[in-house]
Design a protein around this ligand. Structure first.
Ligand SMILES: Cc1cc2nc3c(=O)[nH]c(=O)nc-3n(C[C@H](O)[C@H](O)[C@H](O)COP(=O)(O)O)c2cc1C
Length: 337
């Protein structure tokens, strides 16, 4: 069997006849492998170009400046109003007390993997339907010291004991997101919160800057030192969470030609930093008036908290004696253990 090292230099011509024919064969195989591997590289590039042409996540916003000029100014001093809840007289078993209005329409079933279902339709559906989403503003450093700062709203806190967080990195044409690359390389990050006054700077960091350009510079936001991880905190954020990677799930079975891999990353907090003056005396509750969180909605929309209402959570044992409805459910409950 002819064993070939595709990366070997072409062999120099030997003197004997047998050796010469073997030499020609070996060199032909090497040439073929080189041609096919460079053909593969071209095919790969073609795939990336095709993927790039199909990539519609970043929507053209048309003449956005003109549209925005017609809108009222952002009111920085608007207090967060506290109202009653939508149906304060609600009782157990009432469902949605709107005279059946919310049951008026049928639902349409969608198979997200149907061959005629474009990926972009799934994107638009999930980001407009799962809203508002908190924004994890993530600071990372590559193993060779390149700094990165980008927003992610496929993001959530999962638990408090231990404090756990998840981030979803979407695929894109060509290379993976720099944040994901850094997180995978170093296992470290800082998750920072996003308040109303930060949103233009945060949105700007989502630009597809080339690897090696720091979004700290792009945004003008300020770095503050961390203690348990290398990446900096965002000094403007009310809450920052230093964290280390616990697990990564890459969706290799779903990778498309020319697109980077998509991945979910599970992060465990190693430190909290909370801004003085935004939190109560024992550092356990952040004032929403000070946090002023921004949520990401569908399309290019963001939302602020304009009003809140309260609704206490109840305990079964205390509620059953007060409610005939719950007492009936309690009496009829299955005894299966
Ligand atoms: C508010 C906001 C939320 C975003 N959420 C995500 C997300 O959850 N996952 C993702 O892959 N990209 C998300 N993006 C896009 C990334 O921020 C963008 O691709 C960025 O260029 C990634 O930067 P990086 O390559 O430096 O990591 C979001 C962008 C914005 C503006």
């Amino acid at each position: 069997m002819l064993r070939i090292n595709p990366f070997a230099r072409l062999l120099s011509q030997p003197s004997c006849n047998l050796c010469r024919s073997r030499y020609r064969l070996e060199n032909r195989v090497i040439q073929n492998i080189r041609t096919s591997s460079s053909a593969a590289a071209v095919a790969e590039n073609d795939d990336v170009v095709a993927a790039q042409n199909n990539y519609k996540i970043i929507q053209e916003a048309g003449n956005f400046e003109e549209t925005e000029a017609t809108r009222p100014d952002f009111d920085h001093s608007k207090p967060i109003e506290i109202t009653k809840s939508p149906f304060p007289q609600w009782n157990y078993g009432d469902g949605v007390p709107d005279n059946g209005k919310s049951l008026g329409q049928q639902h349409h079933e969608i198979d997200p993997y149907a061959p005629d279902r474009p990926m972009i339709s799934n994107y638009r559906l999930v980001v407009s339907g799962i809203a508002p989403r908190p924004i994890g503003f993530i600071s990372t450093v590559s193993s060779d010291g390149q700094k990165n700062l980008s927003p992610f709203s496929y993001f959530q806190v999962l638990d408090h004991d231990p404090p756990m967080f998840i981030v979803g990195f979407s695929s894109r044409p060509g290379r993976v997101k720099d944040t994901y690359r850094n997180i995978k390389e170093t296992g470290e990050c800082v998750i920072n919160t996003v308040s109303e006054n930060m949103i233009e700077a945060v949105n700007a960091t989502s630009i597809d800057a080339p690897y090696g350009v720091s979004e700290w510079d792009v945004s003008g936001l300020h770095e503050a030192p961390s203690t348990t991880v290398r990446p900096s905190r965002v000094a403007e954020s009310v809450l920052s969470i230093e964290g280390k990677v616990v697990d990564i799930k890459e969706f290799t079975d779903h990778q498309q030609p020319g697109m980077s891999i998509a991945a979910n990353v599970l992060i465990k907090a190693t430190r909290f930093w909370v801004k003085e003056g935004t939190v109560n005396a024992d550092y356990s509750h952040i004032d929403i008036e000070k946090l002023r969180p921004i949520g990401q909605l569908g399309g290019i929309s963001y939302g602020r908290i304009a009003s809140t209402f309260e609704r206490p959570r109840k305990k079964w044992d205390q509620e059953v004696p007060k409610s005939e409805f719950l007492a009936k459910l309690d009496a009829a409950k299955s005894n299966v253990k």
